[in-house]
Structure formats: structure tokens, C-alpha cells
Design a protein around this ligand. Structure first.
Ligand code: C5P
Length: 219
């Protein structure tokens, strides 16, 4: 069974997807982390973001695997744990440019489909219901106001000791959403058969229950 969860930046996708996957005993696949991984390596290796050919070569060679350690999902990039490194403001600011490259998307989508072919999955991202798993039995589109998404992101960073202004975060999130929804290849878009959930005034557990209810209805 495939559960596709899409939506704009910081709508709470990964938090609720993880819990939904745990509840269903499915594997959780965070596709945003995969694009962040390619972006991190490109920055570290000094590859210009405009150099699509070199970034595509990098995406073809990257080894990404997710490992569950003490109940927390870690991302290993080329065998090294880079879980925190992919979440920096610098990676967030550059990931939309990297994820818009055709060769990068081709590689990542192939990896994602392989993973989904082997397990029951909850997969979150931007194009899961529209492109990666168009036949997913359950498709959810999670949204929330920009203000509430910026607030959540601010709290996430605060818990890691990074203080960022709310106005700046709102601007960053809106800019990333704009780029993700206006790119040429598989832009962020609600699939026609997705169930939309506006999480602005919902708790995490409300959202989890709402998604589980959709899954049960379709099982
Ligand atoms: O979900 P997260 O915020 O970690 O995603 C980071 C970025 O990766 C997004 O802003 C988008 O540019 C890209 N992405 C994508 N397609 C996906 C998942 C993420 O293009 N399926």
C-alpha cells in the first residue's frame, strides 16, 4: 500500500508522516531529505548551482540510505550520518534550485519508486501523488497558513539553538513555495484525487487521526 503526502514547505508533512507510518507499520520515506542531500554535497564540493551537468553527475553517484536509530530516522549520505547537516538554512535556501534540475529529479524519482516497490510506504514530498506514485491508494495534500508554518519552523530551529526572525522565515518559506510550484518539471501541486487537509488550527495528533481515517476508508 502506498500513502502519498504532499504539500508546501513546513506544513508538518514529515512529523505526521513519521507517526502515520509507525501506526501502520509502514516504511517512512522523506523525499525532501533526498533533494537536500544532493544540495548539501553540491555546496560542500563547491559545484555551482547553475552547473546542471555536474549536479546531475553528483546525483547519479550519491548513495542515500535511511536508518532508524532509537526510533529516530537518520539519513546516511555516502555512508556518513548527515541528519542534522541537511537541515541548515543554507541547504534550505538552495534546495529548490537543485530539485528543479531534470537529471536530479530523474535519479531521485527512480530511487523513490524502487523504495516504494519493496515496502508498504508513507512517502512525503511535493510530487508524490502527481508523479512519483500516481497510483497511490491514499493521497493527502497538507497545507497551512504561511504564518503558522514559519512559526513551526522557528520552533524547530530554536530547539537546535538557532534563532531566526519570524518575518525572515515567512519570506524564505514563501520564496521556496513559489519556486517549487513554478518549476517546469513536476511542480508542487495538489493531485486531482488528493484529500486536502488544512492543518493551520489542528494539532499533530488531529492531523494524524485525519490521515489514518482516510487510509482506513481506502484499505
Ligand atoms: O520537504 P522538504 O522541505 O525537506 O523539501 C526540501 C525541498 O526539496 C523542497 O523545497 C523542494 O524543492 C524539494 N522537493 C521536491 N520534490 C519532493 C520533495 C522535495 O522537489 N518530492
Amino acid at each position: 500500500m502506498q500513502v502519498a503526502i504532499d504539500g508546501p514547505a513546513s506544513a508538518g508533512k514529515s512529523t505526521v508522516s513519521k507517526i502515520v507510518a509507525e501506526r501502520l507499520s509502514f516504511i517512512y520515506i522523506d523525499t525532501g531529505a533526498m533533494y537536500r542531500a544532493v544540495t548539501l554535497l553540491a555546496i560542500e564540493r563547491g559545484v555551482a548551482l547553475s552547473d546542471e551537468e555536474s549536479i546531475t553527475t553528483l546525483a547519479k553517484a550519491i548513495i542515500i540510505d535511511f536508518r532508524l536509530i532509537d526510533g529516530v530516522q537518520h539519513i546516511y549520505i555516502n555512508q556518513i550520518d548527515r541528519t542534522d547537516d541537511i537541515r541548515t538554512p543554507e541547504v534550505a535556501a538552495n534546495v529548490s534550485a537543485v530539485s528543479a534540475i531534470a537529471g536530479v529529479r530523474e535519479q531521485m524519482v527512480a530511487l523513490q519508486r524502487n523504495l516504494a516497490g519493496e515496502h508498504d510506504v508513507v512517502m512525503d514530498g511535493r510530487d508524490i501523488g502527481t508523479t512519483v506514485l500516481p497510483n497511490a491508494k491514499v493521497k493527502i495534500f497538507l497545507t497551512a497558513s504561511v504564518e503558522s508554518r514559519a512559526k513551526r519552523r522557528q520552533e524547530d530551529f530554536q530547539s537546535k539553538g538557532i534563532n531566526l526572525a519570524l518575518a525572515q522565515l515567512e519570506q524564505d518559506i514563501s520564496a521556496r513555495d513559489y519556486k517549487d510550484s513554478h518549476r517546469a518539471i513536476s511542480p508542487l501541486k495538489k493531485a486531482h484525487d488528493a484529500v486536502e487537509i488544512d492543518t493551520t488550527n489542528m494539532t499533530i495528533s488531529d492531523v494524524v487521526e485525519a490521515i489514518i481515517a482516510v487510509v482506513k476508508k481506502n484499505q
